[in-house]
Design a binder for this molecule. Structure first.
Ligand SMILES: *[C@@H]1O[C@H](CO)[C@@H](O)[C@H](O)[C@H]1NC(C)=O
Ligand SMILES: *[C@@H]1O[C@H](CO)[C@@H](O)[C@H](O)[C@H]1NC(C)=O
Ligand SMILES: *[C@@H]1O[C@H](CO)[C@@H](O)[C@H](O)[C@H]1NC(C)=O
Ligand SMILES: *[C@@H]1O[C@H](CO)[C@@H](O)[C@H](O)[C@H]1NC(C)=O
Ligand SMILES: *[C@@H]1O[C@H](CO)[C@@H](O)[C@H](O)[C@H]1NC(C)=O
Length: 479
């Protein structure tokens, strides 16, 4: 789940709409703006898809690609964005400090350009009207300036996906107009400055994917607007701080996976009426999941995988879960829970090593259509997945290694979309069907398969430990 990138798309769309609302383009162009933009262009050393090709001296800069002028002939927003679906739509080079000439700029959006390098752009401090900064998915590096707090008029600030290092400056507490702060996906170190508690208007906070450590400060009481909190993929330790409880009325995304957090899952999380996504995965949470989780009736994405959680797992009365991962805890669920099987919208189900002992023949999901990912590895599941696999239409991954599945693989049919099939360490018999050649990853090792292998690109490791498989990459069949 990448809430931050969908947020960027939202901002980007909003920018485009704003631009369309402004059909009257100034015929000329303020000389300062033209000079600043042309200096920016000359700092770009490669532009393979011609993103800046409309930027020509002496033409009206308000009509150039990516330029918005909401007030007369002055440039108010600069939007240059690479698109991942267009090959080579990125830029190389640096961001010219001459952009400081664009004195009416209120938004700068330089996104997904991938190969823009250099330090933190100091010219931002010289733009008095600047409110929105999105410099995302480039390669800027070095420390964040200690006086970052003097950008006090900023309302949205994202440096996601660069290579900034060093601590989050304590002066960040001066950015009291911020409603969005996204420093995710950098190389930041140190702790979260407790002064972040001053950001009382914040609704979106992403510090995920850095090298931050220490405990998560108890700062959330003063953030009544916070809807999305992402602290995943860092080195945070200790318990979830109690003040997170005060976010119950409106928090939608709580993502703290891949840290070193410990303690019990707090009871208060079950009072989060708007919670859409809860990711506590890959931490050291222990004890039982609170029974009151039954009240999380609106949750769509729940990832508690790779913790030390114990039985019993509460029944949830959720109307439809979309993705669930409870893998690698100390659960003994015995069956795939009813509230999962009955979901009309589930696309990802991961219950590896969850102590499931049922037969797949008895598993009749309410819906097969949306399933993309299934991982039921390391359980004691018997029977056959053939009926299920035959009914799915968009399945991409099916993993069920280390179970007791017993069926004739030669008769297996599966969706054309399937890329990964792991049936290793089961009791599967019959032949390997030729259709597996279309997969990207296959593992049927340690089963009871027999006969000549079809032609595939898979290594011998994918087939070892069977009864009598033969032919390349295994040894030749006896004639
Ligand atoms: C990225 O930029 C560097 C230097 O600016 C250049 O050497 C390199 O070729 C660029 N990479 C791509 C993929 O264009
Ligand atoms: C932050 O605000 C305080 C109090 O208003 C002020 O003294 C300090 O200079 C500011 N720091 C920065 C970096 O703007
Ligand atoms: C669910 O919430 C209600 C009040 O909102 C409470 O009375 C009930 O005990 C909760 N259920 C569980 C299982 O905690
Ligand atoms: C798969 O489904 C098709 C039609 O939906 C049916 O004809 C076929 O027998 C099924 N195969 C298996 C292995 O269940
Ligand atoms: C296949 O599965 C076995 C057992 O689960 C594992 O040891 C092996 O590394 C896997 N091989 C490949 C190619 O994934």
């Amino acid at each position: 789940m990448n809430s931050s990138s969908s947020f960027s798309v939202f901002i980007f769309t909003a920018v485009i709409i704003l631009r369309c609302l402004n059909p009257i383009k100034a015929a000329t162009c303020h000389p300062d703006d033209e000079a600043g933009l042309l200096a920016f262009k000359s700092g770009i050393t490669r532009d393979p898809s011609g993103i800046l090709s409309s930027w020509k001296k002496g033409t009206a800069c308000c009509s150039w690609n990516g330029i918005t002028c909401l007030t007369g002939d002055r440039v108010t927003a600069l939007t240059v964005s690479g698109q991942s679906e267009v090959a080579g739509s990125f830029l190389s080079g640096t961001i010219s400090s001459s952009l400081a000439k664009l004195q009416h700029l209120d938004g700068i959006y330089l996104m997904n350009l991938k190969n823009i390098t250099g330090p933190f752009p100091q010219f931002l401090f010289r733009l008095p009207q600047l409110k929105y900064v999105y410099i995302e998915n480039n390669r800027l590096s070095g420390p964040l300036p200690v006086n970052i707090g003097s950008l006090s008029q900023i309302e949205a600030f994202s440096l996601e996906g660069n290579r900034f290092t060093g601590p989050i400056p304590t002066s960040i507490s001066n950015l009291t107009k911020l409603s969005q702060l996204n420093l995710g996906g950098n190389l930041l170190t140190g702790t979260i400055p407790s002064g972040i508690a001053n950001l009382k208007l914040i609704s979106f906070l992403n510090l995920g994917g850095n090298r931050l450590s220490g405990t998560i400060p108890d700062i959330f009481k003063s953030m009544p607007e916070l809807r999305s909190l992402v602290l995943s993929r860092n080195g945070f330790s200790g318990n979830l701080p109690p003040s997170i409880a005060s976010l119950a009325p409106i928090l939608r995304f709580l993502e703290v996976g891949r840290n070193k957090l410990s303690g019990k899952i707090p009871e208060y999380l079950s009072r989060f009426k708007a919670l859409d996504t809860l990711d506590l995965s890959r931490n050291k949470f222990s004890g039982a999941v609170p029974k009151s989780f039954a009240n999380l009736t609106k949750i769509f994405n729940l990832d508690l995988s790779h913790n030390l959680l114990t039985d019993p797992f509460p029944a949830l009365y959720v109307k439809g879960i979309e993705s669930l991962d409870l893998s690698y805890n100390k659960f003994h669920l015995k069956t795939i829970p009813k509230w999962v099987t009955s979901s009309p919208i589930i696309f990802s189900l991961k219950l590896a090593k969850c102590g499931i002992k049922m037969s797949l023949d008895d598993w009749k999901p309410a819906e097969y259509y949306f399933y993309d990912f299934i991982d039921l590895s390391e359980n004691e599941i018997s029977g056959s997945p053939a009926r299920f696999l035959n009914l799915t239409e968009y399945l991409v991954e099916f993993r069920a290694a280390g179970n007791k599945l017993r069926f004739d693989m030669g008769k297996l049919t599966f969706a054309k979309t399937l890329k990964t099939l792991d049936l290793s360490r089961n009791l599967v018999f019959g032949k390997v069907p030729a259709t597996v050649a279309g997969l990207q990853t296959l593992n049927v090792s340690q089963n009871h398969l027999c006969g000549k292998l079809p032609t595939t690109k898979f290594p011998a490791r994918a087939f070892t430990g069977n009864d009598c498989l033969c032919g390349p990459p295994l040894s030749p069949c006896k004639v």
